[in-house]
Design a protein around this ligand. Structure first.
Ligand code: ZN
Length: 368
């Protein structure tokens, strides 16, 4: 059994407690990752449940499945240097969020919930709605009214009640929290099982590289769940002694939403709320990362960095990825833009093994 720990007061909660935050109002986090090695991989499973030993306890019969498999690690030189693209767009709802949603919704369903609500910029909402539909749970999703119509349509298609909220992402979260009296707030940002699920991405990369860690992984960052998930997975592998060192993790943000990158540049321990414009990368339009302290400490532990890219750089990377055959949404192109920048600055070279996380499908946001 796993325990969740309050980041403010240190209170501990068993993984079966139906709470989304501490009674003090603090954010609940996962305990430090335990060692994980090859013997713990369940090779009978095709996808993220291979790593169930590193997840909250969910009996095999209670796992909600809609066709999760390992996502491909596809080699390409379309961004200049050879890189492995982790194609998270090929998960069932078209984004990496399915790793977190599969684990979170399975856990909540196994605990007997029949109704959940969530707030999302789009992809997490669609993903939670899909797993709720497959489980038979009722689901309400609060989303920004101005988000990509494709994502909103996808949420509705799964049968969730969609509540469009005018205003920014923070207004949407506030509306969802206010409604959390009537149904359980299954927040992908607040609830620790989501991050545990995202960590399966790291275990997969390790297996796909012949049980080796890459030298670097470049990813988009909003709240930092990909960053924290990868840090968890590779830390667990290092604790088991099966990899020598952690990959350097590079968290790339839009210059319009640079809270993490600016905190990193300033050497600060925690990000402050920051908005400097608008961005086509709606999936990472995050004023302040809720797990920002943990994200910054993960970056330090890996020797990586956080930095920003401009809208023009995002569009340029999007076009180069498409030119290589990879049709991604703008939030995913942010990782490509970051990779290009690292190459230009000479931080990366062809001798290293580099992974770029492509988080979501271009079919999500065709209008952009
Ligand atoms: Zn607390």
């Amino acid at each position: 059994m796993m325990e969740y720990i309050c980041s403010e007061c240190g209170a501990r909660y068993g993984e079966d407690a139906l709470v989304w935050r501490c009674t003090c109002g603090g954010l609940l986090g996962l305990p430090p990752p335990r060692a994980f090695d090859a013997a713990q991989v369940d090779v009978s499973e095709p996808g993220l449940w291979r790593y169930a030993a590193a997840l909250p306890t969910i009996p095999a019969a209670r796992r909600i499945r809609i066709g999760e498999t390992m996502t491909p690690l596809s080699g390409s030189g379309c961004l200049g240097l050879p890189a492995h693209f982790k194609l998270e767009s090929l998960l069932p709802t078209g984004s990496y969020k399915d790793r977190g949603s599969a684990v979170l919704v399975s856990k909540l369903h196994a605990l007997g919930l029949t109704e959940i609500l969530e707030d999302s910029s789009g992809n997490a909402g669609a993903s939670i709605a899909a797993y709720a539909a497959a489980s038979g749970m009722r689901c309400t999703i609060y989303a920004p009214a101005a988000n990509s119509p494709g994502k909103l349509a996808q949420i509705r298609a799964y049968g969730a009640r969609l509540v469009p909220i005018p205003g920014d992402r923070a207004a949407v979260a506030a509306a969802a929290m206010a409604a959390a009296q009537s149904a359980f707030y299954a927040s992908h940002i607040w609830l620790p099982p989501f991050v545990a699920g995202v960590a399966t991405m790291g275990f997969e990369i390790w297996e796909q590289l012949g049980r080796q860690a890459p030298d670097t992984i470049t990813m988009p960052a909003g709240h930092g769940s990909v960053l924290l998930g990868l840090w968890r997975a590779f830390t667990a592998l290092r604790r088991a002694g099966v990899i020598g060192q952690l990959p350097r993790l590079y968290a790339v943000q839009s210059a319009a939403f640079p809270a993490l990158a600016e905190a990193w540049e300033a050497g600060a321990g925690a990000p402050v709320p920051t908005v400097r414009g608008t961005t086509i990368a709606e999936g990472i339009a995050c004023r302040v990362p809720l797990r920002g302290k943990a994200a910054l400490s993960a970056l330090r532990a890996t020797g990586g960095a956080a930095f920003t890219v401009t809208e023009a750089e995002i569009q340029g990377a999007w076009a180069r990825l498409a030119g290589g055959g990879y049709y991604v949404e703008p939030s995913a192109a942010v990782a490509g833009a970051g990779f290009l920048k690292l190459c230009e600055r000479g931080v990366l070279d062809a001798s290293g093994v580099h992974v770029v996380i492509l988080t979501g499908s271009g079919l999500k946001a065709p209008a952009v």
